[in-house]
Structures are given as C-alpha cells and as structure tokens.
Design a protein around this ligand. Structure first.
Ligand code: PLP
Length: 496
C-alpha cells in the first residue's frame, strides 16, 4: 500500500530510536509500596517494548513529525466546499478562558448567565446575518444541522396533519452527499433534480417533480458549482405553492455574509457551518457546529431547551411540548460559540461584508487567471469557489487527480477533486477571503506550469508526488486496509 518516494527518507519511528537503558527522566525512589505492573497489565515492561529514549530525542522526534504536517498555518489550503480558512488565534484565547472552559453544563442557569449571554449574542447576530427568526446551535456538524432542519420540517408537516402524505425530499444533482443522506436518515424518499446548462436548478424539471408528496426541497446556495442561484425566489415560491418547505444548505454562507440573506430569499430554514464561515475548527478536528436558522412557523419545534431573551436576560425555555427534543447533549459545542462570537465581533457589523466580498473576489481572480488552462464548468462569474474542469488533458492520460498530486510537489495542498459529481474531471478551488494576492498568484502559476507539463511531459504528473515521505497511495486500500501499526519483528519493514 505504501510507496515511498526516492528522494525523501522515511523518518525513524520512535521505537527505532530506542536504546536499552536510555531514559527520559529519573524519578525519586518511591516511598510507597511497589506494585508489579505486569500483574495489572499482563505483560512485563520488557514485553511491552516501550521505546527507551531521552527527553530530547522524544522532543525532536515529535517536533520533526509535526513538520511533516501541512496545515493552514503552513500553507495555502484551497479545498472547495470543505473550506479551510484561517481561524484567528484570538478565538482560541477567548475559548480557553477559564471562566468558559471550566463551566459545567449541569450547573444552575443563574450561575451561567455569562455563558448564556454569549450563546444568545451569537444567535442574535446570526439571526441578523441570515434573516431568520430563530437560531439554535445544538447540532454539532453541518450534516447534523441539515438533519435537524429536516426533523423540524417533518414535525411541522405532522402538526398540520400532513406527515403521512409528505414522503419526498427533492435534492439537486449537484448537492453535497450529506443532503440526500440527511433526508434518508429522516425517513424520506429522495428524488434528484437536474441542473440546467447554466448551472442553475432546472426549473422545468423542478415543476414536473412538485406535488403534494413533497416535504422539502434542499437547495445549496451558492450551489456546490460555486454559482449563485438567480431563480431562488421563484424556486421557493414554486415549492411553497405545493405546501413544501425549502431548506438552504448554508455551507457556502461565506459567499453571502453581510451582503445578502437567505431568510430574505424565501427559505424556511438553513444550516450554517460555523466551522467554515464563522471561523471555528472544522468538524473532523473540531468538533464543529452546524447552527441552524429558521422562520417563525418552525419555532415551536426547535430542539429543547430553547434560548430566549426575556426582559433583556437570556432564559432557557424547557417547556416545549412540540419540540423535536434534544439533538445533542446540552447546548452543542459551547466553545464554538465563544470562538464565533470573538470572530463576529472582531469584524463588526460594518466590516462583515468583507468576508463575502473578498472570498468572491479571490475566487473570481483564480478563475480568471486559470481560464486558459483549466476552463470553468459554467461560463459565468463564480461566488466564493470556482469549479474548473481538467477534461482537456484526458487525451494525454492526465486526470484531475494527477494535477492535484503534482501540486503537492509544487508545495501546495490540492483543491477538492471530483466534486460536484456532475462536472467531469472536476477541480474545485476555494481560496477563501483570507489569502493574499501573492499567494493566489503563486498557486495559479503552479497550476499553469503543471498544465503545461500535462501536455509536454505527462509522466511527471503520473509519478507525483515525489517530494513527500509517502508517494501516491492506493487510496481505496488506504481506507479499507489501513495499516499504521508498528511491527516489532525486525524482518518486517516499518509502515508509515
Ligand atoms: C455544501 C455542503 N453541505 C454540507 C456539508 C456538511 O458539513 P459537515 O462536514 O460539517 O457535516 C458540507 C461539508 O463539507 C458541504 O460542503
């Protein structure tokens, strides 16, 4: 499974640095009775084969390993859809304040008024930014937010006696996979709505699919094609006309912050990836927050407890007979609210639109600079990310993946590959608002050079990456047959 590149040596494992008798620190002789650990863990110290290394070696080993990581702190991270923008360090400073960090979720409300105020302040700012009447931050990921919205929609239809007849959720063919998954998880059948030649929802296909069995249409705006849906108000009207609800996948909200509001477009509810737009750590390493916004008619079904302002003070409303219940323990990832509030206040109302304006500007800059070598899938200005196709290089045996792997040799993290699924040889690039023009230029220069290589020396791309400890892996096996365990037997080569 592993293919080591020729030029870069595999760093030693900590076990390989081990020398008998070498120690990290000496402890004073115990003044308590000695316990035979082998009895407790069933192995002697020698059998466990812990590495015997000095403190300095441990330090160097792990610091050197950490240098092999690529992160937003070390370089440009152009993943589209899975936005990786810089989270300012000040967010971490506030989130680690002991007053927030040491709170217990079960302590009485009156002793946690500051925390409730933080949560409610984020709710109120998000209400204003999105145009929705209410917010909850209980969901802990974007997909979780999607599912929570569908649960609200389901409860709403049921409260009107229409639960049994509304069995269908419509999802565009460009949707993120979590959309149909969330619908299916809520017990709905899923029908796909095609995208038209301009990259918008195919209105004729939508009209043909609409009837009274439709519970909801899940629309991503801007779409995963990086395009604003110009017919969004008409789409919402059409769905509402048959009694359906319209959900906005708001993972791409950083294209709209401070500029336009989904609540004004006609949506009934949306999810926000706080970990994308509002600068908190991403789901996998976060954990994240998939806050949701909703219109007044869905409010009775909000997860309990709901947070309200009563006489100017935050109050937890626990008596909610129509609530869908809790969707996570307590109030979600509370420290995400602290981080998000820090970020929101750092921008302030006046500068909030800089987030969307610069993210759109940067993506259009990249799109324009790459036009000759990687044309866009749909010929129009993009929003916060551009979706390009590498199809022209297929005749040389070069695929989007090869271009991405070669980018690693040029020192860049690759963009998203092969998503959305409807674009052949797709490369989806999201620069985000935080990158400087020089970085974007260097990235575009690298891609232009790689596309030239794709015509003149395609093997360079097939062999890439050649500058890393690990070369190109069999990605299916890396997932299905993951092997990261150190084998002790000397004849067995170590794996990375
Ligand atoms: C368009 C879109 N919708 C939904 C999601 C799901 O968000 P999460 O990864 O937080 O579950 C993503 C995540 O990348 C996304 O790009």
């Amino acid at each position: 499974m592993q293919r080591q590149t020729k030029s870069v040596p595999v760093p030693q494992l900590i076990f390989e640095r081990s020398r008998p008798g070498r120690i990290g620190c000496s402890l004073p002789k115990a003044d308590t009775p000695e316990v035979d650990l082998s009895k407790a863990i069933g192995q002697t110290r020698d059998e466990v084969k812990w590495p015997e290394v000095s403190e300095l070696e441990v330090m160097r080993h792990f610091v050197n390993l950490s240098h092999l990581n690529y992160g937003i702190e070390t370089g440009f991270y152009p993943l589209g859809s899975c936005t990786m923008k810089y989270n300012p360090r000040i967010n971490e400073v506030t989130a680690s304040m002991s007053g927030f960090r040491n709170l217990h979720p079960l302590q009485p409300d009156h002793t946690a008024e500051g925390a409730l105020e933080v949560l409610l302040s984020v709710y109120e700012i998000l209400e204003e930014v999105t145009g929705f009447d209410d917010i909850t931050m209980q969901p802990v990921a974007g997909a979780h937010g999607e599912m929570t919205c569908l649960m609200l929609i389901k409860a709403y239809h049921e409260s009107r006696g229409e639960g049994a007849m509304r069995t269908l959720v419509l999802v565009p063919d460009s949707a993120h996979g979590t959309n149909p998954a969330s619908a299916a998880r809520c017990g709905y059948d899923v029908k796909t709505i095609p995208t038209d030649a301009d990259g918008n929802t195919d209105l004729e296909a939508l009209k043909a699919a609409l009837n009274e069995s439709v519970a909801a249409f899940m629309v991503t705006n801007p779409s995963t094609l990086g395009l604003f849906e110009p017919n969004i108000q008409e789409v919402c009207k059409l769905v509402h006309a048959v009694g359906g609800q319209v959900f906005c996948d708001g993972a791409n909200m950083n294209a709209m912050v401070g500029t336009t509001r989904p609540g004004d477009h006609g949506f009934d509810c949306m999810h926000l990836n706080l970990h994308k737009t509002f600068s908190t750590p991403h789901g996998g390493g976060g954990p994240g927050c998939g806050a949701i916004g909703l219109k007044r008619h869905l409010e009775p079904f909000l997860p309990a407890p709901a947070l309200k302002r009563v006489d100017g003070k935050p109050v937890l409303d626990r008596h909610r007979p129509l609530s869908i219940g809790r969707v996570s323990s307590f109030y979600g990832q509370f420290l995400m609210a602290v981080r998000a509030l820090t970020y929101l206040l750092a921008y302030g109302k006046e500068q909030m639109s800089h987030i969307s304006r610069y993210s759109v500007l940067n993506a259009n800059y990249v799109q324009a600079r790459l036009r000759e070598v990687l044309p866009q899938a749909h010929n129009r200005p993009c929003m916060h990310e551009c979706v390009l196709t590498a199809q022209q290089y297929k005749k040389n045996g070069v695929r989007a993946l090869d271009i991405s792997k070669r980018l690693i040799d040029y020192g860049f993290h690759p963009p998203t590959n092969y998503f959305p699924l409807i674009v052949p040889e797709c490369l989806m690039i999201e620069p985000t608002e935080t990158e400087a023009k020089e970085t974007l230029d260097a990235f575009c220069d690298a891609l232009i050079a790689i596309c030239h290589e794709a015509n003149t020396n395609p093997d360079l791309l097939h062999e890439a990456p050649t500058t890393q400890v690990v070369g190109r892996l069999d990605e299916a096996k890396a997932v299905k047959l993951l092997d990261v365990k150190w084998q002790h037997a000397p004849e067995t080569p170590a794996t990375v």
